[in-house]
Design a protein around this ligand. Structure first.
Ligand SMILES: [Zn+2]
Length: 214
């Protein structure tokens, strides 16, 4: 019942449980600092940046968005992501955000894909930017929860691809800066497979930017 009520009207801040607000100013401040470089265990082949560590309010918010269907968090998390990207992007180049894929069944169970929603909100704050959902995880890939780093790499190897038939994808400017975005960076396995999938269609990612990193 509590979860159901949260879906209708967030009862409290997802980061600190302050009543009456979905995401409070203090928790927002946690994700407002300049992004920091991180080096995950599995090298994704592009520079990785995070808005913060996977801890505290940021971690709780990501989990609430992912596991508890807190769709309202896409707005503040998207704004935070936009802030980080505004600092990192190259001036005078269009920005293309490609959300890292989540397993479809998992996304459905969680009430939609929170990374995609967050990325879309971020583009609404960033001039000359667009979100292009290009990546899919193949069937048979298990949720990565509970897997060891080695198992995660094995679980995902070659399993992330672009959507067949790119005709449905809006045209991407040739000088665009392509950035992979995700909520959490853990081992780097998802980022690596995503970057590889984009490279296979001639779309080199310049960086990966995440809300929080382990
Ligand atoms: Zn809070």
């Amino acid at each position: 019942m509590r979860t159901l009520l949260d879906l209708i009207l967030p009862a409290s801040c997802a980061g600190c449980r302050t009543a009456g607000v979905g995401w409070c100013d203090e928790c927002a401040a946690v994700l407002a600092a300049p992004p920091t470089r991180v080096w995950p265990r599995t090298d994704p082949g592009v520079p990785c940046w995070t808005l913060g560590p996977y801890a505290g309010p940021a971690r709780r918010a990501v989990l609430a968005a992912k596991e508890r269907g807190r769709r309202d968090l896409a707005e503040p998390l998207g704004l935070a992501l936009a802030g980080g990207l505004a600092r990192l992007r190259t001036r005078d180049r269009p920005l293309v955000l490609v959300p890292a894929p989540s397993r479809r069944a998992a996304a459905r169970r969680r009430g939609g894909d929170p990374v995609q929603r967050t990325a879309l909100v971020a583009t609404s704050w960033l001039p000359d930017s667009q979100m292009v959902s290009l990546l899919r995880v193949w069937w048979g890939v298990h949720d990565s929860v509970g897997l060891t780093p080695r198992e995660r790499v094995h679980n995902l190897r070659g399993r992330i691809t672009t959507i067949p038939g790119r005709d449905a994808v809006p045209p991407i400017p040739t000088n665009a800066e392509v950035v992979l975005v995700d909520d959490v960076l853990t081992t780097g396995a998802t980022a690596r497979e995503s970057v590889r999938a984009l490279a296979r269609i001639g779309l080199p990612a310049r960086a990966a930017v995440v809300l929080c990193a382990v």
